[in-house]
Write a protein that binds this ligand. Structure first.
Ligand SMILES: Nc1ncnc2c1ncn2[C@@H]1O[C@H](COP(=O)(O)OP(=O)(O)OP(=O)(O)O)[C@@H](O)[C@H]1O
Ligand SMILES: [Mg+2]
Length: 149
């Protein structure tokens, strides 16, 4: 069944590391409308942070002009919350390899290859779609339901 969202947002910002905190907070502020648990909120912030960091670090590694990141959020009557993070960067050639724990193309020793694994474990579902030379979209789905006290 395709229900319309109760609420949604869209944001765009340049792929600068200073904006990683902005992306995390905008997603958290939006999800806070559902009165999530502290744990659920922390999970969303962590997952968004990993997705946005990937855009900043990997997607635009060979570009210097304006490099946009697009983030959207929506939540549905049952608490299902969907956040997407999209870039128009280099794309990912082999998605199944990229999402494998400990896989990284980083050669500087700074990355551990755990970003996608973290996103997967902190959300109910994560999907990656990508086209080489066109960009990548990560879709993060998490059901936010406050336990009845
Ligand atoms: N938005 C993206 N655009 C292009 N390539 C990407 C993107 N996101 C991820 N990748 C590729 O997928 C690989 C795995 O990503 P992942 O986030 O799991 O690990 P990492 O970023 O290398 O390390 P870590 O997240 O632990 O710092 C990256 O090394 C990179 O090659
Ligand atoms: Mg990463």
């Amino acid at each position: 069944m395709n229900k319309s969202p109760l609420n949604r947002f869209k944001a765009e910002f340049p792929a600068k590391s200073i904006n990683e905190g902005y992306a995390r907070m905008v997603a958290a502020a939006f999800v806070s409308q559902l009165d999530p648990t502290v744990a659920d909120l922390a999970d969303i912030k962590t997952a968004v942070s990993e997705a946005v960091t990937n855009c900043i670090v990997h997607a635009y590694r060979d570009k210097s002009d304006y490099c946009p990141i697009y983030i959207t959020g929506a939540y549905y009557p049952d608490g299902k919350t969907v956040i997407t993070v999209r870039d128009k960067g280099c794309g990912i050639e082999d998605i199944s390899k990229a999402v494998t724990p400990l896989y990284t193309t980083d050669t500087g020793g700074e990355r551990s290859g755990m970003g996608f694994t973290i996103m997967e474990s902190f959300c109910d579902k994560m999907t990656v779609s990508s086209r080489v030379g066109k960009g990548t979209t990560v879709r993060l789905v998490k059901k936010i339901v406050r336990p009845q006290s």
